[in-house]
Design a protein. Structure first.
Length: 367
């Protein structure tokens, strides 16, 4: 087994007493003070995450926009520089290669941000789809780091602690600037359901910003444990759970990011059109479990009357912000109506559950 990679902040995490664990091929901080405390810090104040394990790619060249349009489910055509798009790359059969952000930096100049565990797979896929396009695809992942500053106080922290003016940015927009000899990409984005920002820069700048945030006392260090509880409560998917090679964006309820009618289509478009026309056989839903039992990934969802298997849990927690046992699950479509009564098997016991919306907590983005 290859040794897990380390981000540029690894030694700082260890020095701060973080609980470290492998994630996506990296040795990453899972928690510092505790998942609940860090979750609450982001919901109510401000927290910072080292997300330098994420992959960054540059796509440029005369055919860059045409290539991205072919590769990506969302529609970037004609967008102004400074816009960010969320969407997926799909296989021909509609299964999801990855979900990602695409930043438009300029004409035929794009910056896709991909999931850490999928960096090699995604780059292989992107290069395999580049035949016939005049594009340069460059992996920037090893030379860049990324911080996510998240929470209702994040704008003030960005401006007053880091000296990064960002109040003019709206949700899913970004700007580029130079500071102390480093080039930065600063975006109003995040994965928590709260207002927040993400900073991409060289390792030196990321380390300086982390130290400034820690010294300020205005921003709690947060691990990937609460990043998962935060994103889950607002219904955001995690690749490997709610999206996989076998799960399409339509099944995951992400059709708003899939432009089936865009000019030229995209890889996997025909498969999704067929799936939509025939009707979905399964859908991603929320579940509220009528007990304190926690249904984890893989727990079976069954028909409450006859015990027949109808699907599986993708993510489940005792919600920190909602104080309920809740889960997201992929289940057969006839059971997917809100209010449907089902059951979940947790270890050797079966617990009744009710189908709900996937969002258990209201998002607080600054539009």
């Amino acid at each position: 087994m290859p040794e897990n990679k380390k981000t540029c902040l690894h030694s700082r995490h260890v020095a701060q007493g973080a609980q470290m664990s492998p994630f996506g091929g990296f040795d990453m901080p899972i928690q510092y003070e505790g998942i609940t405390e860090e979750h609450e810090a982001v919901r109510n104040r401000c927290g910072v995450f080292d997300v330098s394990h994420m992959g960054e790619v540059s796509v440029t060249g005369p055919d860059a926009e045409r290539y991205i349009s072919r590769l990506f489910t969302n529609d970037v055509a004609g967008a102004a520089p400074g816009k960010i798009f969320y969407g997926m790359m799909l296989r021909e059969d509609g299964g999801t290669v990855d979900d990602l952000l695409v930043y438009k930096r300029g004409e035929n100049d794009f910056f896709p941000v991909i999931n850490a565990a999928n960096i090699d797979k995604d780059l292989d896929w992107m290069r395999s789809q580049a035949a016939g396009f005049d594009v340069d695809i460059v992996d920037l992942s090893d030379s860049m780091g990324e911080l996510a500053v998240q929470g209702p106080e994040s704008e003030r922290v960005m401006e007053e602690v880091l000296g990064l003016p960002c109040s003019e940015l709206t949700f899913y927009t970004f700007k580029e600037l130079d500071k102390d000899g480093s080039h930065l990409i600063v975006s109003r984005t995040g994965y928590t359901g709260e207002d927040g920002f993400e900073i991409y820069a060289d390792h030196g700048a990321i380390c300086r910003f982390w130290d400034q945030l820690m010294d300020s006392g205005h921003c709690a260090p947060c691990g990937l444990g609460c990043r998962d509880t935060l994103r889950f409560e607002v219904g955001l998917p995690l690749y490997g759970d709610e999206l996989t090679d076998e799960i399409t964006p339509l099944e995951a309820g992400l059709g708003i990011f899939v432009k089936l009618d865009k000019a030229g289509g995209f890889v996997g478009c025909e498969a999704l059109k067929k799936q939509k026309a025939e009707g979905l056989r399964r859908k991603l839903v929320g579940l509220e479990i009528h007990d304190r039992a926690i249904a984890r990934h893989g727990c079976e969802v069954v028909d409450r009357s006859d015990g027949r298997g109808i699907g599986h849990v993708t993510t489940g927690y005792r919600g920190i912000s909602v104080d309920k046992s809740v889960a997201m699950a992929m289940i057969e479509t006839p059971y997917a109506e809100k209010g449907s009564e089902v059951a979940v098997k947790v270890r050797k016991k079966t617990f009744p559950a009710t189908v709900t919306a996937k969002k258990f907590y209201k998002k607080s983005y600054k539009k």
